[in-house]
Design a protein around this ligand. Structure first.
Ligand SMILES: [Fe+2]
Length: 245
């Protein structure tokens, strides 16, 4: 099945159960190894073998966002989320074996599974929609005009939503709400709070780690720089996948 995400993370703001990085063949192999070694974890959901996707662009060539920042963001924040997700999945599998474990303790780690899964998915979408030219066109431009009247009006709302998150954390997600069929710029306060039936077309990371190294507290300058680096080709690819679904 074709994926709306350019990388491994099949769009899943509400559907985070897909294994994101491991092929079926690999899973069989890994599962057998784990099973032989520990006689414990055999199910796919608890393998915890996700691998980070490489940056899909040359980080030295972005306009107004430094290579140092992008590499740090990729390695420490995104990379850290992938490692944490693996640890959480494996921990959940191990905890299932503890018969006397209170459900609320298990629930704490389930929450972490959602946090880390959301972070991995959104970071992969974010990096994949960076590294392009600031010239929107094609299907997504038609959608923007259809739902916002003009590109300028859409951009104004997208940037306002982003600036509303400055100084804190969150994401802005231009998405199709598949429940209503509408297109909106959705505010997301963290990796978990976002539209439950949204299929993202464009994702902007507004956590301070995404800009503080370059811009300090001047988040709006980062938002302006982001708009100069949007990979509209990738955004259009997602829109095309959506239209075929
Ligand atoms: Fe981030």
């Amino acid at each position: 099945m074709e994926r709306i995400v350019g990388g491994s993370a099949r769009l899943a703001l509400m559907n985070l159960t897909d294994n994101m990085h491991v092929s079926g063949e690999d899973l069989g192999e890994i599962g057998a190894q784990v099973s032989n070694a520990t006689q414990a974890i055999t199910a796919r959901a608890f393998i915890g073998q996700h691998q980070p996707l490489p940056l899909p662009f040359d980080p030295a060539k972005l306009r107004g966002i430094s290579e140092k920042l992008i590499r740090s963001h990729w390695e420490n924040n995104y990379g850290g989320a992938v490692k944490a997700l693996n640890a959480v999945e494996q921990r959940l599998g191990a905890m299932l074996r503890e018969k006397d474990l209170p459900p609320y303790i298990y629930g704490d780690v389930k929450r972490e599974e959602l946090v880390r899964s959301g972070s991995v998915v959104l970071h992969e979408l974010y990096f994949a929609n960076l590294g392009g030219q600031p010239k929107p066109g094609g299907k997504v431009l038609d959608l923007i005009k259809q739902w916002f009247g003009s590109y300028a009006q859409w951009e104004d709302e997208f940037k306002k939503t982003a600036n509303a998150l400055s100084g804190g954390s969150g994401w802005v997600i231009f998405a199709n709400n598949t429940h209503t069929g509408e297109f909106h710029n959705y505010w997301a306060g963290d990796h978990m709070h976002n539209i439950p039936t949204g299929l993202p077309l464009l994702v902007l990371d507004m956590y301070e780690h995404a800009y503080h190294m370059d811009y300090g507290a001047a988040a709006s300058k980062y938002v302006d720089a982001f708009m100069q680096n949007v990979n509209w080709e990738e955004v259009n690819r997602r829109a095309e996948v959506l239209s075929k679904a």
